[in-house]
Design a protein around this ligand. Structure first.
Ligand SMILES: [Zn+2]
Length: 154
């Protein structure tokens, strides 16, 4: 009990890395992943960048990426994942992981919140922002993953 009270007063919710999540960080349902669109060659990259990694142009624009996409390819990780997932790592294998294709043309690697048997190419998925882990001072680190898109109700 004492630990819970102290945590509510002193801890923050922080993004897993700078320049990857739109702000504000509340409500989480409104957060978008950020991307960089190159105004020279048109490539879209995950995260905020000063220049294009494809053509090195500094003519780039930071954009909000769509919260919905489709699984382009997938696998099930059966080892403990590397940074930025692993500091410290509360996630235990097996973990569904996929390349998610977003409408902007970028593919990003993400954990998928589903049963490994439910993974399939073309599956519509939506962004989820949630606590990924706690840092060494007890702050909640917000991480992204995707989950199968929930059907719209009429
Ligand atoms: Zn470029």
């Amino acid at each position: 009990m004492e630990k819970i009270i102290r945590k509510n007063i002193d801890t923050l919710e922080l993004p897993f890395a700078s320049g990857f999540l739109s702000e504000p960080l509340k409500p989480r349902e409104n957060i978008h992943l950020l991307g960089t669109r190159c105004l020279n060659c048109g490539v879209v990259l995950l995260g905020s960048r000063d220049r294009c990694e494809a053509c090195a142009s500094p003519m780039v624009k930071i954009i909000q990426l769509s919260r919905r996409g489709k699984i382009w390819s997938h696998t099930v990780m059966r080892y403990v994942s590397p940074w930025p997932f692993a500091i410290p790592n509360p996630h235990q294998p097996p973990m569904p992981v996929a390349w998610v294709q977003l409408p902007e043309g970028v593919q990003i690697i993400s954990r998928i919140n589903c049963n490994p048997d439910d993974l399939k190419i073309g599956l519509p998925v939506e962004l989820v922002i949630e606590k990924g882990w706690e840092d060494e001072t007890g702050n909640d680190i917000l991480m992204y993953k995707f989950q199968p898109e929930k059907k719209e109700r009429k």
